[in-house]
Design a protein around this ligand. Structure first.
Ligand SMILES: Nc1ncnc2c1ncn2[C@@H]1O[C@H](COP(=O)(O)OP(=O)(O)OP(=O)(O)O)[C@@H](O)[C@H]1O
Length: 651
């Protein structure tokens, strides 16, 4: 590929070499590279969540047969939980459709001997009742199939919504520590795939069970007509069955070999098309590389899909050929049996009709059995995961917590599950109502971890956290969180209306008075009044009609949300990192004014803001290194706060 060159073929400045000086003495900008290197092909990426990537390839027929009943039972459980009436309708329709086939075949076997008589008129007269029964049975069977389809269509969206809702809700209710358990995200992704496929699986289950019912009906009728016919039937359908399994495997091999590329391409697609990254992409001329990356990914997917086309054709042709040979063989055997007088012509004719029905049924069984086997693996992941997360939902105790006057940490320590070293070593600390406490420390010192412990978001792995006399480890966590207002480092840009972006989590009254009051406190009321629909404006640029705020405005809104709650424990983690000086000043002034009624904790790296705190706690490597007023700490010999403050001013 011809790669565009930027800036012409000027040599780049080597490290340590003084940059060019343009005529007139102004230092020239660093020269662009003489020629851009060819971009490398996208890495072979793998998606760790795919536990079952080789399952289909390695599965034997027996594995599939064993697994399918479990998948069917799980599908039935899902369907039953969302709509019992429709589930019963599907099941009844399946049974009646099978019964229709059996009645139709029996009626055909009754009609054929009559029709085989030499006088056609007489034969028809004798056969018509059986023919009418056959036609009605066929019509009933077809009607039942359509009814089952209708019922499944009613079930599908409900199943999808219920599976998704369960999963999302459990994520929201899980202890934060659940996210830290090894492999949680992988299992969550697999469960999400299971939830997505729950819809397909209901359809697959319907077609598969219908196939089974049809096959059983055909086999029963044939066996009752002549025991030999069952063997003959099996011979005619086995090649189709094997062909179907091999073709399904080829399909899945292709699916398997392309899924990573398709997933990654899908994720990249979002990055390439979202307005959020549009500036960075353009201003840094990233398009050529990203275009080539995306095109290579498309080629990779297409190439692998095409590779599967030839073996697929070969297998389906071979299966069809063998099925044809076996069918011919079956017809020949039936003819021989009829000629030798061991079987009546009518029964032989019925066998041919039944074998056609059974062949179609077997095709469905094999095709949808394979699909169900694969989807079933993800469905069982879904169930395993929801059982796992259900056992990890936040349920620490039933004691209701009241708004605290005091938060006390005694030897409280925290170690993340996959870490050897503690994020926080045992800490003793008391925070009092009316006090503003600033937490300071370098990146990774343990500030956010400490915040999580004192708000009851996590339970310490050692020691205790008490709100007054109540140990948070044994309380109803929700009752504690009702008293917390948290502005985390990364806050949500919720795609909701402006009103909900302030009231989210605590709708306090029906009028908008308190909302405007909160907006005023963070200097956002004039911005919200300028929105097309004021508080009713949807704050989501990507959604039609939505409106986007700036980074600092979003942060002000997060502060307004916390203030609106009027919490007893107000915690702000870097609340003003994106705000202008006026916004920052306003927020910290407001925090001081609100302070008497609550415990206020602020984490900030902008050390000038720390002056307003009553007490500064300096953390280092998970330990409290210093504690005191800002002025005293800055003045103290060898203090970390003093050092950090000096660095902040050294510009
Ligand atoms: N979910 C997690 N799993 C494992 N380790 C974590 C996790 N979150 C934080 N840590 C580790 O715990 C330590 C303390 O992290 P914490 O986020 O509390 O620091 P911080 O002081 O808030 O840092 P910053 O100023 O960068 O926000 C760090 O070493 C970090 O790598």
């Amino acid at each position: 590929m011809k790669w565009p060159r930027v800036g012409g073929p000027r040599p780049a400045a080597s490290p340590g070499v003084t940059p060019d000086v343009a005529p007139g003495g102004t230092p020239a900008l660093p020269a662009a590279r003489p020629a851009n290197p060819q971009p490398s092909a996208p890495a072979e990426l793998d998606y760790n969540g795919r536990k079952h990537r080789k399952a289909m390839e390695h599965a034997t027929l027996w594995d599939m047969a064993r697994r399918i009943p479990t998948a069917l039972a799980q599908t039935a459980r899902l369907a039953w939980s969302v709509d019992r009436r429709m589930t019963i309708t599907v099941l009844l329709c399946q049974l009646l459709s099978g019964l229709g086939t059996a009645v139709m075949l029996t009626a055909v076997s009754k009609a054929l001997p009559e029709l085989a008589t030499s006088d056609a008129r007489e034969g028809l007269a004798a056969a018509w009742p059986a023919l009418v029964v056959a036609v009605v049975a066929m019509a009933v069977g077809a009607g039942m199939w359509i009814l089952a389809d209708w019922a499944t269509r009613r079930l599908n969206p409900k199943i999808a919504a219920a599976a998704d809702l369960t999963l999302v809700d459990l994520h929201m209710r899980a202890e934060l520590s659940a996210y830290d358990t090894p492999g949680f995200t992988d299992r969550s992704q697999a469960a999400e795939i299971g939830a997505l496929r729950a819809v397909d699986i209901a359809d697959d289950a319907k077609t598969l069970t219908n196939g089974v019912v049809q096959l059983v009906s055909a086999a029963t009728v044939l066996t009752s007509l002549h025991p030999l016919l069952l063997g003959v039937l099996l011979l005619s359908v086995i090649p189709r069955g094997l062909g179907g399994v091999i073709a399904a495997r080829i399909d899945y091999r292709v699916h398997d070999r392309t899924i990573s590329a398709r997933n990654v391409r899908g994720m990249m697609r979002w990055w390439l098309t979202t307005p959020e990254l549009a500036d960075e992409l353009r201003a840094n001329t990233m398009r050529p590389y990203l275009h080539s990356w995306y095109r290579d990914m498309c080629r990779r997917v297409v190439g692998r899909e095409l590779e599967g086309a030839r073996p697929y054709l070969f297998v389906t042709l071979l299966a069809a050929f063998l099925a044809g040979v076996f069918t011919l063989g079956m017809w020949a055997s039936l003819a021989a049996l009829a000629l030798s007088g061991s079987m009546s012509t009518a029964i032989a004719g019925t066998a041919i009709v039944a074998s056609q029905t059974a062949g179609r049924a077997l095709n469905s069984i094999v095709r949808y059995g394979a699909v169900m086997f694969h989807h079933g693996l993800y469905l069982s992941d879904y169930y395993t995961f929801i059982d796992e997360v259900r056992s990890m939902t936040t349920s620490r105790g039933t004691t209701q917590v009241r708004a605290p006057q005091r938060i006390r940490l005694e030897e409280a320590a925290f170690t993340y599950p996959d870490r050897a070293a503690p994020a926080l070593h045992p800490i003793n600390l008391t925070l009092n109502r009316g006090e503003v406490v600033a937490l300071v420390g370098e990146n990774g010192a343990g500030k956010s971890t400490l915040i999580r412990m004192l708000t009851g978001l996590t339970v310490p792995t050692g020691g205790t956290v008490h709100w007054d006399d109540t140990d948070l480890a044994a309380t109803d966590a929700e009752s504690a969180w009702r008293h917390v207002g948290l502005v985390p480092q990364k806050n949500g840009h919720w795609p909701l209306r402006a009103r909900e972006n302030i009231t989210l989590g605590q709708p306090r009254e029906h009028s908008d008075g308190l909302i405007w009051d909160a907006a005023e406190r963070v200097g956002m009321s004039h911005v919200l009044k300028g929105l097309p629909d004021q508080l009713d404006t949807l704050l989501a640029r990507s959604v039609w009609g939505g409106h986007e705020l700036s980074g600092g405005q979003w942060q002000r809104l997060a502060c307004a949300r916390a203030m609106y709650r009027e919490p007893a424990v107000l915690v702000l983690d870097e609340p003003t990192s994106e705000m202008d000086a006026r916004g920052e000043h306003l927020i910290f002034r407001e925090l001081r004014e609100m302070a008497p009624d609550r415990i206020t904790v602020v984490v900030t790296h902008r050390l000038d803001n720390v002056r307003m705190a009553d007490r500064v706690i300096v953390l280092e490597h998970g330990r409290i290194r210093e504690e005191g007023t800002f002025d005293a700490l800055v003045a103290a010999e060898g203090s970390l706060l003093g050092e950090l403050y000096a660095l902040a001013r050294d510009r």
